[in-house]
Design a protein around this ligand. Structure first.
Ligand SMILES: Cc1cc2nc3c(=O)[nH]c(=O)nc-3n(C[C@H](O)[C@H](O)[C@H](O)COP(=O)(O)O)c2cc1C
Length: 204
């Protein structure tokens, strides 16, 4: 376990993975449990992952990702999906806070009303929030993997319809990112350069 800032700085996108390394279901689930702490708009939690860990399943996913070898070489490759109609579940998701007395009925009703009202006739927002949530989850998953001593490789190089089919995603689910996770093999690139800070920050 390393501290947060060291983990952020140590993470790079890996291409080469130890093909002999296997992750248990418990290890995979632990990584996802950290990703669950990622924030989502209205706490929609409008995402889920499908973890590809068997050789045959990873090969099928690789074919949907332009043959990117790391999909098959990593111990696990996650399909991180955003859920466009996740807003429909806000009543259930918010209820524990109401039941615990942490919020009152008016706050609960306002939360649910605002969530449904903003999303139900707005497919653009449904899509955008699905992508935002899945992206934040993806980053959290990669940092958790790094902190646990693994390396990761994010990918958007895939055919969405093919990934959806292989991962069994529903009509309201959109594949946002593939993330290969496992132990590093030799030959990964060093940290790639970044722009000068001044190009990317303006303090107003
Ligand atoms: C949204 C996204 C999509 C990416 N897609 C791919 C990909 O399909 N294949 C690949 O090898 N790397 C992919 N990468 C990795 C980037 O090339 C990498 O993050 C970038 O070069 C910076 O390197 P670093 O992550 O090591 O700092 C992707 C990264 C992101 C964030």
């Amino acid at each position: 376990m390393t501290d947060t800032l060291s983990t952020i700085k140590a993470r790079t996108s890996a291409n080469n993975f130890d093909t002999t390394h296997v992750m248990t279901a418990a290890e995979i689930e632990e990584l996802v449990s950290y990703a669950q702490h990622a924030p989502t708009a209205f706490n929609l939690q409008n995402w889920r992952v499908v973890a590809f860990s068997s050789k045959a399943q990873k090969e099928a996913l690789k074919a949907a990702a332009y043959g990117q070898q790391k999909v098959a070489d990593a111990a696990v490759t996650f399909v991180v999906a955003g859920i466009k109609d996740g807003y429909k579940e806000i009543g259930r998701l918010a209820k524990p806070l109401l039941d615990a007395g942490a919020i009152d009925q008016a706050a609960y009703d306002g939360w649910v009303g605002m969530t449904v009202g903003s999303h139900e006739n707005n497919p653009q927002l449904q899509h955008d929030e699905a992508f935002r949530s899945a992206s934040l989850v993806s980053m959290t998953l990669m940092l958790a993997a790094q902190a646990k001593g693994y390396v990761s490789g994010p990918m958007s190089g895939f055919v969405p319809d093919q990934v959806s089919a292989v991962a069994g995603l529903g009509a309201n689910e959109v594949p946002v990112m593939l993330i290969a996770v496992g132990r590093a093999a030799d030959g990964n690139w060093p940290r790639k350069p970044r722009r000068a800070l001044a190009e990317q920050v303006k303090i107003v």
